[in-house]
Ligand binder design. Structure first.
Ligand code: IVH
Length: 497
């Protein structure tokens, strides 16, 4: 499986075009331009219309056989009527991706479990392709884009179909056969100038796409001309990647602070010198748990490499150890809760240290913030800042308190006019009409994310009915194992209603 040569600017692309024109002795070349998908590279073989093999790129010569896993990807047809085009065997190149939405959900679930989330969708997709549990692969919702027919054989007596004379034609053929190929994103242009213009325009749109791309790929459109140009020992001479600007920067690790989450987990947060990356200023980066600090061997005072990809949360790639002066300080993870000072505990097999005092003010506030948040009961006009303010002033003590607010006292606070109070009252009233699954999710039960909340809500008609279910009964429900069931029972036992 060949790789592509990289270009980073206009000059590189013009150079690529000049060489291709010199070799082909043509005055102008027609190119097809498409996104460069940022995932895991795969090769697929279809024989007699059936998907028979899926492999990763590996070192380019030998990769892993991932046939069972690629069969779990819904956007890859298990069979496609290549025979209608006279094709017997076809080898296709593509990229397996996790879209931004699925990636966020996947990472949220990891964070919920106290684990460090994956750095980017590329790692998530490539890693998922290699796991040994096909059902888990299916659950993670991978997608695949196909962008190249690298080889084919014809059925006896058949001729090369018209579609397989150009790259754009081959992408359309794949689309018609039910694959996801970049037909909507690709453009065909005469000459390199329009190609460059499109690449630069597309870079602006990068963050609006539902998946990650790290550049564009410029390909000579005509297959005969591709053959004529051939390849070097590493790359085809008929294609060039145009890489977008890296969304990385360096900064200095100033300090590590510790935040207490709603389930008591302690999250170390790196405070760094503000650095502008990919359109935003980053000054605070979650380090997730103690293991991350150890694995990366981070020290206060380190110069760190920071990456921020699209909507993905920024993360520290690594410290630049070669720049250390010797004045850097070891990071000491606390033994006591930074808010209520109770002793921290770490359960067997868990990555997070936890404050187990459920009355810890930080946890109480975080539980309320979660309760009113958009994906939970969505009480508009409340928000993190107001919850914290009311909590600190003693106007709000717990979740039930949201429904017993003293609006006269709130009205006396700065910034709370009659209008905003009316709005808040309305939003609180409306939250009573939210479906049961949102209420269950809003309670912030450990290990109960949106999906589990929906499963529970389908089982009962009222929140109180959940209290009647035993741990064994809960475990009979979809995706609920002993750990989740135990957590639900424990939570409901403490709920005084
Ligand atoms: S063409 C022989 N087209 O980028 C040419 N590659 O850096 C085969 N990639 O290994 C590759 N999007 O995994 C091609 N639209 C696209 C692509 C693409 C992503 C990946 C591919 C390749 C890597 C090279």
């Amino acid at each position: 499986m060949l790789s592509l040569d990289n270009s980073y600017n206009e000059v590189d692309l013009k150079d690529f075009d000049r060489k291709a024109r010199q070799l082909s002795k043509l005055e102008s070349i027609t190119y097809c331009v498409e996104p460069k998908f940022d995932g895991g590279s795969i090769s697929l073989i279809y024989e007699n219309d059936f998907l028979t093999r899926g492999a990763t790129r590996g070192n380019g010569v030998a990769g892993d056989d991932v046939t069972t896993n690629v069969r779990q990807i819904r956007s890859l047809p298990l069979s496609a009527r290549f025979s209608d085009y006279g094709l017997q065997q076809v080898e296709i190149r593509g990229e397996v991706l996790m879209n931004k939405n699925s990636f966020k959900k996947y990472n949220d679930a990891l964070i919920e479990k106290g684990l460090a989330p994956l750095a980017n969708p590329r790692n998530a997709a490539a890693g998922t392709l290699r796991i040994k549990d096909p059902q888990e692969v299916r659950r993670r919702n991978l997608e695949a884009f196909v962008y190249h027919i690298s080889d084919y054989t014809l059925l006896p007596g058949k001729e090369i179909p018209e579609a397989l004379k150009t790259h754009a034609g081959s992408l359309k053929l794949l689309w018609e056969l039910g694959f996801k190929s970049p037909v909507n994103e690709m453009r065909v242009f005469d000459g390199i100038d329009l190609v460059i213009k499109y690449c630069l325009e597309f870079e602006e749109e990068r963050d609006n796409l539902p998946y990650e791309i790290d550049g564009m790929v410029v390909k000579v459109n005509d297959f005969d001309l591709q053959d004529q140009l051939g390849m070097t020992s590493h790359h085809p001479r008929w294609a060039m990647a145009f890489k977008f600007k890296a969304r990385q920067g360096t900064s200095k690790l100033l300090n590590v602070e510790y935040q207490v989450g709603r389930t008591g987990s302690i999250t170390p947060v790196a405070k760094i010198e503000p650095v502008f990356i990919g359109g935003v200023t980053v000054s605070s980066i979650s380090l997730f748990n103690e293991d991350v600090i150890r694995e990366k061997d981070l020290m206060v005072g380190d110069t760190v490499l920071v990456e921020r990809a699209g909507d993905v949360i920024p993360y520290i790639v690594k410290p630049l150890a070669e720049l250390r002066s010797g004045d850097e300080k070891k990071i000491k993870f606390p033994h006591h809760c930074p808010v209520c000072e109770s002793k921290l505990f770490k359960e067997e097999g868990e990555a997070a240290w936890r404050c187990v005092n459920i009355e810890c003010p930080a946890q109480v506030a975080e539980r309320m913030i979660h309760y009113v948040s958009k994906d939970a009961l969505d009480i508009k006009g409340f928000g993190e800042a107001n919850i914290k303010k009311f909590f600190e002033l003693g106007l709000l003590k717990d979740i039930p308190g949201i429904y017993k607010l003293d609006f006269d006292a709130i009205g006396k606070l700065e910034g709370f006019g009659a209008k905003s109070i009316e709005k808040l009252k309305d939003a609180i009233e409306q939250s009573k009409n939210q479906p049961l699954h949102r209420l269950i999710f809003a309670l912030g039960i450990r290990f109960v994310g949106e999906t589990t909340a929906k499963v529970l809500a389908q089982k009962v008609n009222h929140l109180l009915d959940l209290k009647q279910l035993t741990q064994e009964e809960l475990q009979t429900l979809e995706d609920i194992g002993p750990k989740v069931a135990g957590s639900i029972v424990h939570f409901l036992a403490m709920l005084i209603i």
